[in-house]
Design a protein around this ligand. Structure first.
Ligand code: LFR
Length: 477
């Protein structure tokens, strides 16, 4: 084949992008087309995503992509997980909430009053996270919103609905709702019913690599697109797409998908749902090609970005991240680290104060400068990674000899080095745009731009050839 082009829409918690992906037998090239910020908005009822602004930017980006590359053969959409819109007919019922909105805490009590965490884990295999969709949906029950809705559409599914009119729940992202049975891969409608969530709002599942639908006539007209242009289901959970693009060349690897969150784990063929994995708070999310993402969600560069946001707001200055990281590299290694996974750190707000309080409330010395605070954040993340990787290997029996770091955090040299030091394993960093790469690759396979029977291993070998990772070796002690 001579290759061809697809468009990837990739929405992150702080920014979104549209990229063109050119793929052939030995070709893989990404061209950024549009980048736009993603700023949540707080209104009287809580914290929301500005979904219409995001969609407007997605349409503009796709229009630009079609202008640059009229021979586009497909569109794929991924975003962060767990968040959704309720829909009745063609109408969206309210503006989607942000997973950091406080209302989820009400939902937790409502859910756990009906099914304890132990029982839930036995079904969905998910670590306890207050942001999970089922806690959010339980919080909507009081408002009667669920009675009015006929569909719950996760963010990428919502955009695909607006583009094509098709209502689907892409499988990898559906696995983050808490309502999917991790063993059968189907909606657990009995569980939904017990929680007061009408099963009718759970759309039919779509597998990555299948066609969701073709663009609606109004969208075709607006974009100047060919009329049969399809939206292809990909790993629409950004982490699922990122794991597709891990440039692994041997099976014994762990990955860290590093951005606002850090998703740390291994890829398995079967879920691990045991008392030990529950106690260790390990998640079994669905991956592309039926794989399992056995991982822990341990917060991420949010700890730093939210600290920087606070300092900038407080002082009115603009903080240079490279300068801050250089100062952190010079700062002394802290005597103690904090628990980066503490739910205390999930809501927005004064992050430096919360981190300092974590130390002082335990009779420990708090960091004394921005550089020291930055250093302790990175050391704490690296320690959490090391712990999670050790546990992932122990709980699953899957050996780990190398750690791949993909996503924005793969560019943070200090964090990569600390991760190598604390795990005692080589770290291979990159690609930065792993999520978009994974999105592009699964579309390309579905469109036959690479052989339709290409395994994830062969796709990863292609990524490794085109985006050779940067190596960090553990510092000898
Ligand atoms: C990463 C991510 C994580 C998920 C969190 C919230 O972007 O998708 O996998 O736990 O965002 O959706």
């Amino acid at each position: 084949s001579t290759g061809g082009a697809v468009a990837a829409v990739d929405l992150g918690a702080t920014s979104g992008r549209v990229m063109l992906g050119y793929v052939g037998r030995d070709e893989l090239r990404l061209e950024p087309v549009a980048r736009f910020p993603n700023h949540p908005v707080r209104t009287i009822d809580g914290l929301h995503w500005n979904i219409l602004e995001l969609y407007r930017n997605v349409l503009a980006g796709l229009g630009q992509a079609l202008h640059d590359e009229p021979d586009l053969s497909s569109i794929g959409i991924d975003s962060w997980a767990v968040d959704y819109a309720l829909v009745a007919g063609d109408r969206m019922l309210g503006t989607p909430f942000h997973y950091r909105d406080e209302r989820t805490s009400r939902g937790i009590d409502a859910v756990h009053a009906v099914t304890g965490f132990e029982e839930l884990y036995g079904v969905n295999g998910l670590q306890f996270l207050p942001i999970n969709t089922l806690y959010q949906l339980a919080a909507e029950r009081e408002g009667g919103w669920l009675d009015r809705a006929d569909s719950m559409l996760l963010i990428p599914d919502l955009l695909a609905f607006w583009l094509t009119g098709a209502r689907r729940a892409e499988h990898t992202n559906a696995s983050t709702t808490g309502l999917l049975d991790a063993r059968t891969g189907r909606w657990d409608t009995a569980l939904a019913e017990r929680l007061g969530i009408p099963p009718r709002i759970l759309p039919p599942l779509a597998e990555p690599g299948t066609i969701v639908g073709t663009l609606l006539p109004a969208v075709v007209a607006e974009l100047g697109a060919p009329s049969a242009l399809p939206v292809t289901a990909i790993g629409s959970h950004d982490t699922a797409s990122a794991v597709v693009a891990v440039p692994a060349t041997e099976p014994e690897f762990a990955y860290i998908s590093s951005g606002t969150w850090s998703l740390v784990g291994v890829e398995l063929e079967q879920p691990v749902i045991t008392d030990a994995s529950r106690a260790a708070n390990f998640t079994n999310e669905s991956g592309v090609d039926g794989r399992i993402r056995f991982l822990q969600n341990v917060s991420g560069l949010w700890l730093l970005s939210e600290s920087v946001r606070h300092w900038e707001k407080e002082s009115g200055e603009t903080i240079s991240l490279p300068a801050l990281l250089a100062a952190a590299a010079e700062a002394p290694a802290p005597a103690a680290v904090f628990d980066a996974g503490d739910p205390e750190f999930i809501p927005p707000g004064d992050m430096p104060a919360r981190i300092s309080a974590w130390f002082t409330s335990r009779g420990l010395d708090a960091p004394r400068s921005r550089a020291e605070l930055t250093r302790v954040i990175l050391e704490s993340l690296a320690e959490a990674y090391s712990h999670a990787i050790r546990l992932a290997a122990e709980l699953s029996g899957h050996p780990v000899r190398v750690v791949h770091v993909v996503g924005g955090g793969s560019q943070n040299a200090l964090l990569c080095q600390l991760t190598a030091d604390r795990t005692g394993l080589p770290v291979l960093a990159g690609p930065v745009e792993a999520t978009a790469v994974g999105n592009v690759l699964i579309q390309a396979r579905a469109q036959g731009l690479v052989p339709a029977d290409s395994s994830l291993e062969s796709l990863r070998a292609l990524v490794a050839r085109v985006f050779p990772p940067t190596r960090y070796s553990p510092t000898p002690r």
